[in-house]
Ligand binder design. Structure first.
Ligand SMILES: Cc1ncc(COP(=O)(O)O)c(C=O)c1O
Length: 448
């Protein structure tokens, strides 16, 4: 698939004429067939009126276990078996030695950062194209998130830009497999090894995604997942840390359980390490165990439909599907992403495009914004604590270097479809392609 995309870009490079002119030379026969159809946003007929698959989908098989658990009063992990059962099955599914279930993805990140020694005054290298929880978790540890630019073609951290951001305070890299797209982990791990940094994978959107034959979340020191309600594996709330190092995983357990002894965390006292309560509840685990029955089949359907959309949408001028990194064996597709390039689409703005597409019956959204400029960051940097932890000189330099042109571009161009849309049929995917084609053909009626 990467090759197919590359071929398309080669076409652009070799002809080196304006994008619209270039694509006018391609055999886009479908564009001429329906260009008189009025856009739905202008009162025309919608391409699609049918509903899209709903999410989440309740599995009745979990009703019996749920009722039994409720009636038993064993609602927390200390008195029930479902959380431990889930941990064992999730570790198996991920090909990891161990799994620790947590209350949420955010708490999974907090456990991992703590156990890997990210301390107050440290710096953590992180992707800005992510959900706010990724860098909030760094702030919670009183460390400084240092944003590394995004490669707009892959939607992911640009590994070639990591090294230049390392300082003597850097203790970890936190790459994010956003939308379930695998980061080039060999490159991230090589930088980490060279500079003796820990790697925490934010795999909160990346269940069953694979890089070079390994599941995402198993490639760094620890991997973190979210099972919040919208996620491809949902439980209302929930999270997990996975890893292969027993000692580290024992510390994760101990920390998430108020610092009580566990495994190699010896009983030197009732609470031998600092800790917190980050435990998962039984109800969450029962829901997850039932939802896990469908995860592989759903992932296969999403993948097949995403590859189909890649092929079809790549033919439309101005639509740039995501470039997959070398070593990507499969993406998890929490969202299906592409870039909308206005100047190749008759100067229709992304916002006009999104509105027109929604009007055609295709739910869609933009991606993440310029999060490195998020107001909460300045609030943190100006706080008493951060001023104590970081010198004025360092914070000034941080602000000066907080310039991320690749991410800015993506913040302007990204368009996404939610994962449950990818659970539809081929003809549902054709509705998406037809709607975008229709908008392209009527682009002149939108622009301006
Ligand atoms: C990339 C990413 N990281 C972290 C999180 C935090 O997970 P949770 O919402 O379960 O706390 C999420 C959840 O949306 C996420 O998408």
């Amino acid at each position: 698939m990467a090759n197919r995309r590359f071929t398309r870009r080669q076409v652009i490079a070799t002809t080196s004429v304006g994008a619209l002119g270039t694509f006018a030379n391609l055999p886009l026969t479908s564009f001429s067939s329906n260009n008189t159809r009025k856009l739905a946003i202008h009162g025309g007929e919608k391409v699609r009126t049918a509903h899209w698959p709903e999410w989440p989908v309740w599995d009745q098989s979990a009703e019996k276990e749920t009722l039994e658990m409720l009636r038993s009063g064993r609602w927390w992990r200390g008195r029930g078996e479902s959380v431990a059962d889930f941990e064992q099955k999730y570790a198996e599914l991920m090909g990891a030695k161990r799994c620790l279930a947590t209350a949420s993805g955010t708490t999974a990140l907090l456990v991992a950062l703590q156990v890997l020694g990210v301390d107050a005054g440290d710096e953590v290298l992180v992707s800005p194209f992510t959900f706010i929880a990724t860098y909030n978790s760094i702030f919670m540890n009183k460390a400084l998130p240092v944003f590394v630019d995004t490669d707009p073609e892959t939607f992911l951290i640009d590994p070639s830009k990591i090294e230049e951001k390392i300082t003597d305070r850097t203790s970890a890299i936190l790459p994010v497999h956003i939308y379930g797209l695998p980061v080039d982990m060999d490159k991230v791990n090589a930088v980490a090894k060279k500079h003796d940094l820990k790697v925490i994978e934010d795999a909160c959107q990346a269940w069953l995604g694979e890089y070079k034959g390994k599941k995402l979340g198993t490639l760094g020191d620890l991997g973190c997942f979210s099972f919040q309600n919208s996620k491809n594996l949902p439980a209302g709330e929930g999270g997990a840390v996975i890893g292969n190092n027993d000692e580290l995983m024992d510390q994760c357990y101990s920390f998430h359980n108020c610092g009580r002894p566990f495994g190699s965390v010896q009983r030197t006292s009732d609470y031998p390490m600092r800790g917190s309560n980050r435990r998962m509840q039984q109800m969450q685990a029962i829901t997850l165990l039932s939802q896990m029955k469908r995860i592989q089949k759903d992932a296969d359907i999403r993948l097949e439909n995403a590859l189909y959309l890649d092929k079809k949408l790549n033919e439309i001028p101005g639509i740039h599907t995501c470039k997959l990194v070398e070593g990507n064996n499969r993406s998890a597709y929490h969202m299906y992403p592409f870039r909308f390039v206005s100047k190749e689409f008759g100067n229709v703005t992304r916002e006009q495009f999104l509105k027109a597409l929604r009007a055609e019956g295709i739910p869609c959204s933009s991606g993440y914004g310029k999060q490195n400029k998020d107001g909460l960051i300045e609030e943190a940097l100006n706080s008493r604590g951060y001023k104590r932890l970081f010198s004025e000189k360092r914070l000034k330099q941080w602000r000066e270097e907080n310039y991320l042109p690749g991410n800015d571009q993506l913040a302007k161009e990204a368009v996404t479809f939610y994962q449950s849309i990818l659970l539809g049929s081929k003809s549902d995917m054709d509705d998406i392609v037809n709607a975008i084609t229709k908008i392209y053909e009527n682009r002149d009626s939108l622009a301006g």
